[in-house]
Each structure stands twice: as structure tokens, then as C-alpha cells.
Ligand binder design. Sequence first.
Ligand SMILES: Cc1cc2nc3c(=O)[nH]c(=O)nc-3n(C[C@H](O)[C@H](O)[C@H](O)COP(=O)(O)OP(=O)(O)OC[C@H]3O[C@@H](n4cnc5c(N)ncnc54)[C@H](O)[C@@H]3O)c2cc1C
Length: 459
Amino acid sequence: MANYDFDLFIIGAGSGGVRAARIASEHGARVMVAEEDRVGGTCVIRGCVPKKLLVYASRYADDFVDAAGYGWTVQQPAFSWPTLIHNKDAEIARLERAYMTTLERVRAKLVKQRAVVEDAHTVCLADGKKVTAQYILIATGGGAWQGNSIPGLEHVISSNEAFDLPQLPKSILIQGGGYIALEFAGIFSGLGSKVTVLYRGENILRGFDDDVRQHLRMELEKRGIKVITGKTVTAVQAGAEGYYSKLSDGSMIETERVMFAVGRMPHVKGLGLEAAGVKLKDGGGIAVDEYSQTSVPSIYAVGDVTDRVNLTPVAIREGHFFADTVFGKTPRPIDHENVPTAVFTTPEVGVVGMTEAQARQRLATVHIYKTTFRSMKAAMAARETRIFMKLVVDGSSDRVVGVHIVGQDAAEIIQSVGIAVKMKATKADFDAVMALHPTAAEELVTMRERAATFENGAK
Ligand SMILES: Cc1cc2nc3c(=O)[nH]c(=O)nc-3n(C[C@H](O)[C@H](O)[C@H](O)COP(=O)(O)OP(=O)(O)OC[C@H]3O[C@@H](n4cnc5c(N)ncnc54)[C@H](O)[C@@H]3O)c2cc1C
């Protein structure tokens, strides 16, 4: 048997890489991990974690206002962006240390430099050193893609810079209609910026259920976020107090900042994949099978670099199952069905399973249940916001195949509902559950009236 320096070399210490390192080490593998930036990856350093902290910060604005309906008198609150960013950075540094401690605890060796693949068993470090391993795991994640080049693109920030702006912009134009664009729209709007969202398609949040898209757009507009669809930014020019964005219809918008969140690209460039024989999919992600194995048997890939379901818990599980499969002698294929997901706008979105459109395409009979209502909390605060809930049911089996929520705590609710959907619960099972009163979530088990039935895709 060949004598390798390590049993496993992992490129990238993000969500997928660190989990794979821990589990493989616990199975007895000798592991080396290379990280060219900060340990923790996108989620911890410039993704989910800082994003959610800023979302929390942005929601205090509503709480101060709503408190009046409950008898509180709140002095004019003041907000400090530098304090928020300082505290956010301290929390990220704490988490980064926790990730490093995990690697130390399992005795995985960390090298803080870029690594690229040289061949099926060799990795080359930035300092020129070559390291051999029986297996290589590529967990390099992805990065913001700013779209096709336009004049003035250098003035445009991505989500990376948005986390560290020196001050809160008075106004911001955000191009993009996906979850990152909308979450930042909610953050900046909640903190006091004037926000315009610009999206080239017909409606925001492509890929989500149409009712969710419609409802969320209405709610964001009610909160003062301007949503422009069917247009793009064609040029950005610096002005005295910000930037002028020229739109595809010839009109101009002036804002203090311009941000694009129009897509993400897997980090595959310059990794030596082609020379090593690692095949890519159309669109650029690394092609892998259900065990995350690439076209080269000793090279695996997990997380965003494979462009399957680009979420942290998915990357973590892919890393975990890879390690169990290769070093734990337990083949564990990854299952990407019914992954619960959220959009942390205000109000937030939580969904699991099929949209109505997907169900109507795939199933013979589809039953739809939906409701909109004002929550008890919002009513007394006199806040004009409505919660939306929808169940998509397979009419043949009575299985609930999709749950869609727009409203406060939607993400927390959908995590639990995801268990029921994964367990193939039926509408009758939902109905059999006693409501927990008074909550918003009780509506999920009290929707009795069917809103629509679709047979063979027809109305
Ligand atoms: C703004 C934003 C918000 C998000 N919010 C959420 C959310 O709420 N919930 C959720 O589930 N997901 C969210 N995500 C997605 C989530 O962050 C990713 O799905 C997740 O981080 C992917 O993990 P990963 O291990 O594949 O890659 P990453 O975490 O990106 O880690 C890859 C690591 O590899 C390193 N690297 C790259 N190339 C090399 C190289 N050649 N040599 C050495 N190191 C290298 C990188 O520096 C990086 O640290 C968000 C993403 C963004 C950008």
C-alpha cells in the first residue's frame, strides 16, 4: 500500500470541511486541513451568522414601536452601527476560535494557506510544499458573483462588504431578488436606510411558491422597501454623495450605496481540477455522486463547491456522511429531499417541500389549503402585517408535501414541521394534532377548508 503523508487532506475549513475533519479524525484518520482565509468559512465569517445578528438588530426597531400598544413608553431609541459591527465581529472571532479548538481537539493539522490539487493523491500548498494523502476532500465553498461586467461595477459592493461598512448608508439600491438580497434589504430598512430592491424577473424570490413571493413582496412594500421588477442596473457612476445607477429603461436612481446580490459561484477556479481529471457540472460546480465522490475515486467534494443545495446544514451533513462512508466503514448516501429553508426577511419565510407549481407538475391530484391572518401580537400593536400559511397536499395519498409560511417565527416553526413532512405525515395527521392556543402555528393544524383542488395539472 502507498505511504501517504496523511489519510485525508481537506481543502477549505468552512462548514463542510471542518465537520468532515472532525468525524474523519474521530474514525482514526490522520487529517490535514488547508484554509486560505479565516476558519469557519462563509457561514461563520460572512454568511448565516453575521447576517442573523444583523437581522436581530434590525428587528428592535419594530419592537420599540409596538411596545406602545402594550403600554410601554420608550424614549427615542438611538442606534449605533459601529457598536453593532464591533460586537458582531467579536462574536465571529469567538466562533472562529471554537472551530479552531475543534480541529485541535481531534488533532487535525491546520495549515493557514491556499492549497490546490496536483493529482489524485497530491495537494500543493501556496508555499510550494507538496502533501500526499490517500483521500482529498474539496470543501472550498463559493463566492459572490457580481453579474456580467457593466461600467462602474467597481463601485458596487457585495454581501461581503455590506457586513463591514464604516457607517449605515442613508439609502441603498440592492440588485437581486434572492434570499441574500432580500435579507439585506430587511436589515438596512429596519436599521433606518431607505431601501430599493431591483430585480430583473417578474417577481422576487424565484423558485419559491408564487403565493409566498406575492405575500412577501406586499409585506416588504408595506414596510417601505421599494421593489422594482423587470429592470436591471446597466451602469453605476460615482456622484458627490453616493452613486447614480442607470437602469435598463434609461431611468436613474441615486443612492449612497449600491449592492449586488445576483448569484454565487462555486470556488473551482485555479484548483487544479481539470489536470487532476475532476469533472465539473454544467454551471461550474464539481460533479459528485450521492456519496460526494467525484470522477476521481480518491477525490471527494462537499458543500457549496458542488452546487447541490447551498446551505450550511447541508454542507455539514455532506461532510459528515463523507467521513462516515470513507473512514467509518458505513456508506451513507446524502438525501436532499425536503430540506427546510428560511429567508430571514422581516417578516420571515419558512418553507419545506414542494411549491404548488412543483406539486401540480409532479402529482395527479393536488389539494391546497391556505390562510392569511393578523397575529394577536400585531393586532394590539396596530401593526399592519399579516401571516400567510399554505399546505400543499398530495390528493392521492393525503400526504402533506409542502408547507409554506410567511410571518414572524416562520423559520422556527418550519424546522419542526420539517420533521412531520420528512416522516410523510398526512393532512389527516396534521388535523389530528390538537392546536396549541394561542399561537400563530396552530393555524397549521386547523386549516379545514380546501382552497383549491387540481387534477392532472388542470384547475
Ligand atoms: C450572506 C449569506 C448568508 C447566508 N445565510 C445562510 C443561512 O441563513 N442559512 C444557511 O443554511 N446558509 C446560509 N448561507 C450559505 C452558507 O453560508 C453556505 O452554504 C455554507 O457556508 C457552505 O459551506 P461550505 O463548507 O461548502 O463552504 P464555506 O463555508 O464557504 O467554506 C469554504 C472555505 O474554503 C476556503 N477555501 C476556498 N478555496 C481554498 C483553497 N484553494 N485553499 C484553502 N482554502 C480555500 C474558503 O476560504 C472558505 O473558508 C449564506 C451565505 C451567504 C453568503
